[in-house]
Unconditional design. Structure first.
Length: 97
């Protein structure tokens, strides 16, 4: 029960743009559903292809899975350890002094 997810379907809007200025894909759920750590959103339908220089908005259905309290806490703990992996990355040539 504490690991179990609450699941429901909701309509959503998908905005995708691929151009020199922007390269993004955003999903906006209807009803301002709050999404938190451990939650999942799965958009239904075939893959969307956008040619370069184009921007599209389409409507689809999405399944939202809200995490239980234990999964939410576990996700927050795991995120802290995964974040520390970024500390090891350096984009500077040579050694830092």
């Amino acid at each position: 029960m504490l690991w179990r997810r609450n699941r429901f379907d909701t309509p959503c809007t998908i905005a995708i743009e691929q151009s020199e200025e922007h390269f993004h894909a955003h999903v906006e759920l209807d009803g301002d559903v709050p999404i938190g750590p451990g939650d999942r959103v799965r958009v239904h339908g075939a893959p969307i292809r956008v040619p370069f220089g184009a921007r599209i908005e389409i409507r689809r259905m999405a399944t939202v899975e809200i995490a239980g309290p234990l999964r939410r806490a576990w996700t927050k703990i795991r995120a802290n350890f995964e974040l520390t992996e970024l500390y090891e990355v350096s984009f500077t040539p040579g050694r830092m002094r």
